[in-house]
Write a protein that binds this ligand. Structure first.
Ligand code: ATP
Length: 453
């Protein structure tokens, strides 16, 4: 099989309707992408797999969906306004702008090779907004650059509504925005992207235990829920820890250019809840709340047994959903040599992630009898509520199989003349191309088995 590249995925995404360039007909916009009919399905299925694991399979994690436009003060007191930046270097010869820590050789321009470079300067990554009718152009809000901080500031809200003993978590999936210096690698580094992040609040005495626990849970999820082989994944501890972190590392996937981060796991100690608690007491920005209470808002926890009040530590798991989709597609992409000398492209996705769960195809198009039976099968499959079912009444059967192989449809159900005689159809399995005759009445059960398989 020829080595696959990111460009293979870019081409497939465009051709089959997974991902398009953002603002395409106006020349595009760096780092912004639009998700098409199959891209939205694959993203939705990855999100669902994460939400199932984080929320529905446990009783200690709550869900949250915070606003993406946020008060500027949140990021002032979180420390982002002063320190959420990347080192920007400019080439004095060709004008290229680069992120110094990602340059191939920090002494040479990535574009023209010149060594005449500016000193690095801190480049602020947050996208500022000027919101409201009174706005005079001054930044008074930010598009959030991560979901995590919008979770920390809701710690007390969630605790009040759904009291928990430690340890417990809050999970969020949503958009984040960063003014990346150089978006690259298709959807690997974007300016608008999606994160699935979970903050697990623990007693400081237990932090190491839970850091290890989440490393394992998350790695297992990549293998079992996304179907990525273990040998394509590794955990790499950070060499240099951020000032707030006690331990941190990345789950990395082996992309065509080598291993790179897809999810971060961090022990952030009490930095975030501590910073926001301190900000509240120092700057009294919750004056109206304080009128009713004699204390400021404390993002802290009172142990029901000991009465001790403290700020919990946070173990964070931070995944990029777009990067997960890219890894899943790269892994599934197979350029397969067939025994007859031909080849086919097939996306060997885990069936639960497939954008289309099953396709129903009348062997000959526009034959009313075949179409009626196909419609009935389609309706029976829709009642399973397993996701998108497609009925094909165009093109020839070979073309239909090829398209469904490329978008990863696990099974095609073909209705032919024999169907009218004996109420059986052909089920063609994507990965093996094996075709078997199945009674129509058995189709829904068989499709369920394949999807859950
Ligand atoms: P990097 O070092 O690559 O800039 P990061 O360490 O700042 O990333 P985090 O802030 O830990 O990333 O974000 C968690 C996850 O969000 C990352 O593991 C990645 O999957 C995803 N992510 C971060 N930045 C981007 C981006 N610009 N485009 C797409 N996904 C991103």
């Amino acid at each position: 099989m020829p080595a696959k590249t990111i460009n293979d995925i870019v081409a497939l995404c465009k051709r089959r309707g997974f991902i398009f360039t953002g603002s395409e007909i106006y020349g595009g916009l760096g780092g912004a992408y639009d998700y098409g009919p199959y891209g939205v399905e694959l993203m939705k299925n990855i999100r669902a797999a994460w939400w199932n694991a984080m929320i529905y399979s446990r009783n200690d994690i709550e869900g949250l969906d915070a606003a993406q436009i946020t008060n500027r003060l949140m990021w002032k007191y979180s420390g982002h306004e002063s320190s959420f930046s990347d080192p920007l270097v400019e080439c004095k010869k060709c004008g290229a702008r680069m992120r110094q820590d990602k340059m191939k050789d920090p002494t040479k321009c990535d574009n023209c090779g010149s060594t005449d470079l500016t000193e690095p300067r801190a480049y602020q990554l947050m996208m500022g907004l000027s919101i409201g009718a009174m706005a005079d152009g001054a930044i008074n809000a930010y598009l959030r650059p991560e979901t995590a901080t919008t979770t920390y500031v809701n710690f007390k809200n969630v605790m009040d509504a759904r009291p928990h003993k430690l340890p417990f978590g809050i999970a969020q999936i949503g958009k984040a925005f960063r003014n990346e210096i150089s978006p690259r690698g298709f959807v690997f580094r974007m300016r608008e992207f999606e994160q699935a992040e979970m903050q697990y609040f623990v007693n400081p005495a237990d932090d190491e235990k839970y850091f290890e626990m989440w490393k394992k849970i998350r790695m297992d999820w990549w293998i079992n829920a996304l179907g990525i082989p273990a040998e394509k994944l590794r955990f790499t501890p950070h060499e240099k820890l951020a000032h707030y972190a006690k331990a941190a590392g990345d789950i990395e996937y082996e992309f065509p250019d080598g291993f790179d981060e897809v999810e971060g796991i961090h022990n952030r100690q009490d930095f975030d809840l501590g910073s926001h608690t301190k900000a509240q007491s120092e700057f009294k920005i919750n004056a109206h709340v304080m009128e009713n209470k004699d204390s400021t808002i404390k993002l802290s926890y009172s142990d029901p047994q000991t009465g001790e009040n403290f700020i919990p530590y946070v173990i964070e798991t931070a995944m990029g959903v777009n990067r997960a989709m890219l890894a899943v597609m790269l892994d599934a992409y197979t350029d397969e040599q067939l025994p007859d000398g031909k080849s086919r492209l097939v996306l060997k996705l885990k069936p639960s992630l497939a954008p289309v769960k099953a396709a129903v195809i009348p062997l000959v198009r526009n034959v009313p009898e075949l179409l009626t039976i196909a419609n009935n099968i389609e309706n029976d499959l829709r009642k399973l509520h397993i996701g998108r079912i497609e009925l094909e009444n165009s093109g020839n059967i070979g073309k239909n199989y090829r398209r469904h192989d490329e978008i990863g449809t696990p099974v095609c159900i073909t209705v032919d003349h024999q169907t009218m005689e004996d109420n059986t159809v052909t089920m063609r399995h994507r990965d093996t191309m094996v075709q078997e005759r199945v009674a129509i009445t058995d189709v829904p059960r068989r499709v369920m088995e394949i999807i859950n398989g």
